[in-house]
Ligand binder design. Structure first.
Ligand SMILES: CC(C)(COP(=O)(O)OP(=O)(O)OC[C@H]1O[C@@H](n2cnc3c(N)ncnc32)[C@H](O)[C@@H]1OP(=O)(O)O)[C@@H](O)C(=O)NCCC(=O)NCCS
Length: 200
């Protein structure tokens, strides 16, 4: 089922996001049409292509340090989703269906109900509202999979990540050694459903 929400409210306050879909078509504010869907095992080549296209700075910010390439076993682990709380939502472009952004959640160790969030948007697609749409989509997916709170970490100098996380109700818990720790409580997540339709 596709779920399209018009309004999201977490315990941290309203999540200021445009129309949000867990899966299905989305339109950026500049009119560009994209699609959101879950990451699939057969995405390996698309996924590796997407990672290879990221700038050194974007990789550095995503992984909190220098990262030139992901090993095959790291790619295996990132593609290993759809079970045990490991979920990933991707945005694909049109008409090529290339992956241009990924947001994921996995269990935070030793903390029942808590997920660890990571997100990356391809350089050419940043600052167009895609991170906002994708993270809101991930929050809905995470709540649907039973998470009650989400954590994220970002480098202190990473202002886009701080803006994005704050916009989605995350609050900064601490900052040390150049890394900020973020938390959002999903227990009050309110999703106003505008439209539902069967998946194709
Ligand atoms: C963080 C990231 C996912 C944001 O994606 P995006 O598609 O650019 O995000 P949006 O266009 O929806 O913008 C989200 C917010 O970031 C702000 N922002 C985006 N790029 C920015 C930039 N270069 N400088 C300052 N602010 C910026 C936007 O103004 C917006 O703030 P607002 O909510 O206060 O209006 C993207 O920059 C990225 O992939 N960065 C590298 C990976 C990373 O840092 N991941 C987070 C840690 S896991």
């Amino acid at each position: 089922m596709n779920v399209i929400a018009t309004d999201l409210v977490s315990s941290g306050g309203p999540i200021r996001s445009p129309v949000v879909a867990v899966s299905g078509p989305v339109v950026l504010s500049d009119g560009t049409r994209l699609a959101l869907r879950a990451l699939r095992p057969d995405d390996r080549e698309r996924y590796v292509r997407a990672l290879r296209g990221l700038s050194a700075e974007t990789l550095f910010r995503r992984f909190g340090g220098p990262k030139h390439r992901l090993s095959d076993s790291e790619v295996d682990r990132f593609l290993d989703v759809g079970h045990e709380g490991r979920e990933a939502v991707v945005a694909t472009d049109s008409p090529g269906h290339e992956i241009i952004a990924v947001a994921r959640v996995a269990p935070w160790p030793n903390e029942e109900g808590t997920g660890d969030v990571g997100i990356v948007v391809a350089d050419a697609w940043q600052r167009r509202g895609l991170g906002t749409i994708l993270l809101a989509s991930l929050l809905i997916a995470a709540a649907q999979h039973g998470y009650v709170r989400l954590r994220a970490t970002s480098l202190v100098e990473n202002r886009p990540a701080a803006s994005l996380l704050r916009r989605h109700g995350f609050r900064c818990l601490s900052t040390s050694y150049g890394v900020s720790e973020w938390l959002v409580d999903l227990s009050g997540l309110l999703v106003v459903i505008e439209h539902t339709s069967p998946s194709p």
